[in-house]
Design a protein around this ligand. Structure first.
Ligand code: MLT
Length: 317
């Protein structure tokens, strides 16, 4: 029997399956000070989402010769809230659920792109204030525009498929591509992120947050973006980040929104979560959401089932 702790929730059906298999499951969220006092040291498996950070201090505070966390599971894709090096040094296994939320984030990214170019959020806010802003709400179409994807993993490839169906030309930059999925496809591959930004009026971020991508999408890069699309429309510049906070420099983006250089900014992730960036979010051309790209019933069920399978294969084989 494994003692399992889910700090940021777990699908109830999955809790039931694990309990029926004889495992003990607790659903308790611990704050950082509690984590540093060893609150999770008695568990074999820790399941976290983005709200819990397992850094080297937390690991050190919870691992001793008497009690040993065996497995940490990140319910989701990004592993940036776990100190992987320290975990490996301490012999703790770390796993994630890389495929379960792909479609949820793909659809959400397209939603953000559409909301940005068609002023959906702003028009909705104005309707609530009884403002019928028909004239000032003219948008532009995604069709005929160049979409630049930063990173070309599973989610990004899904976005590319939908974007192409909408009539966009897809451009990508990903220095880590192994099998070159752009070969023999109509996706344009760029050798530098600068070249990608120089070619696209619309950008969607899909890379991991690492030391080299932190603050990467900043003034210097954004100012390279054209505002006229290949179909000759002055569509302005549009950026969406449903990947990780910190990749986009929020201060630079805010300045460029205020100057009109960025037409719309869709943000699901922030440098500081759960605080967000209320000042930036209050700009009329920002659409902000509280890191809910992966939050669909379907994806939570799939994530839960992947977690169940990971635990069962670890403890029952
Ligand atoms: C992910 O990395 O899969 C997501 O950011 C998960 C989440 O919503 O926390």
């Amino acid at each position: 029997m494994a003692r399992i702790l889910a700090t940021d929730g777990l699908d109830s059906e999955c809790v039931k399956i694990l309990q029926e298999k004889g495992h003990h499951v607790d659903l308790i969220h611990f704050e950082r000070d509690e984590l540093l006092r060893g609150a999770i040291s008695g568990y074999d498996v820790i399941i976290i989402r983005s709200a819990t950070k397992i850094d080297s201090e937390v690991l050190a505070a919870n691992i001793s010769p008497e009690s040993h966390i065996h497995l940490i599971i990140r319910a989701g894709v990004g592993l940036d809230n776990i100190d992987l090096k320290k975990a490996s040094e301490l012999g703790v296994l770390v796993k994630n659920t890389p495929t379960a939320s792909t479609m949820a984030v793909v659809e959400f990214t397209i939603g953000h792109l559409l909301a940005g170019v068609r002023n959906i959020s702003r028009a909705d806010r104005e309707m609530r204030s009884t403002i019928w802003a028909k004239k000032s709400s003219t948008g532009t179409e995604l069709s005929g525009k160049n979409l630049g994807l930063v990173g070309y993993g599973r989610i990004s490839r899904g976005v590319a498929i939908v974007a192409k169906a909408l009539g966009m030309s897809v451009h990508v930059f990903d220095p880590f591509l192994k099998d070159d999925p752009t070969k023999n496809s109509d996706v344009v591959k760029h050798d530098s992120v600068e070249s990608l930004f120089s070619s696209c009026t619309h950008i969607s971020i899909h890379c991991a947050l690492t030391e080299s991508t932190r603050g990467m999408v900043n003034y210097d890069l954004i100012q390279l973006m054209p505002e006229i699309s290949p179909d000759g429309i002055v569509c302005g510049r549009h950026i969406v980040n449903c990947a990780r906070g910190g990749i986009l420099d929020e201060a630079d983006a805010h300045k460029m929104l205020k100057s009109g250089h960025i037409r719309s900014l869709g943000l699901d992730v922030f440098e500081n979560e759960p605080e967000g960036n209320p000042e930036l979010s209050s700009h009329p051309n920002v659409i902000s959401t509280p890191h809910i790209g992966a939050a669909t019933s379907e994806s939570q069920k799939r994530i839960g089932m992947e977690i169940v399978n990971l635990i069962l294969s670890e403890f029952e084989s």
